[in-house]
Design a binder for this molecule. Structure first.
Ligand code: SF4
Ligand code: SF4
Length: 107
């Protein structure tokens, strides 16, 4: 991760994959079987339609287990819905980058 990265280039960033709690649904896990293998299944009383597995935080992990060292998502094509909806350049994106010490354009 380059702290001087000023463009919202997700291929060199990954800040959102290490900053906020990340959850996947049962539908996400059906689409991507690796979610069942590496994420934490939530107890039944905490489960909702959108949240059945926790990807981050997990014990001993400093980022989502699918974020590779090159800052790319290992399951990008079948990533959870919440990741698909996350927009680069959004307020949350800027906040994630701020938490990871990455400058953002115009800030
Ligand atoms: S959405 Fe924002 S925080 Fe997430 S990888 Fe892209 S630029 Fe980084
Ligand atoms: S599944 Fe991929 S896009 Fe989603 S938080 Fe993990 S590494 Fe990032």
């Amino acid at each position: 991760m380059d702290p001087k990265l000023t463009e919202y280039d997700c291929t060199q960033c990954g800040a959102c994959c290490r900053s906020f709690p990340i959850f996947a649904s049962e539908a996400d896990a059906v689409r991507e079987p690796m979610i069942r293998q590496e994420a934490r299944r939530l107890p039944e009383h905490l489960e909702t339609t959108d949240k059945a597995y926790q990807l981050f935080p997990l014990p001993f992990h400093t980022r989502c287990p699918y974020l590779k060292d090159d800052e790319l998502c290992r399951i990008y094509q079948s990533r959870p819905s919440v990741c698909r909806q996350f927009e680069s350049g959004s307020e949350q994106c800027i906040e994630a980058r701020r938490r990871q010490g990455i400058q953002s354009t115009g800030t």
